[in-house]
Design a protein around this ligand. Sequence first.
Ligand SMILES: [Zn+2]
Length: 91
Amino acid sequence: MLSKCLNPACSEPFRYLSEGRVFSLEIPPLGGTRGSVPAQRVERYWLCGNCAKHLKVVIENGEVTTRPLRREFIGERKVAAARASHGHAIH
Ligand SMILES: [Zn+2]
């Protein structure tokens, strides 16, 4: 899912992890829970530098979408924490 900026209004192609911002999101399992319990999966999404300045990636009603950043510094702290715990998994 890192082929381009997640913002549908933006067509910036993905280039480098150092540009923009990568979001690691845990996707809630879909469907019923009869029988086996589906495993939660982690997907990574990318916003280009311009979009990351005013957007963040969230899961809303089970769908990945972008939301406006109200307090950017809080978003940055969250991403920093996510990178600290999952940094080795981001390539
Ligand atoms: Zn963008």
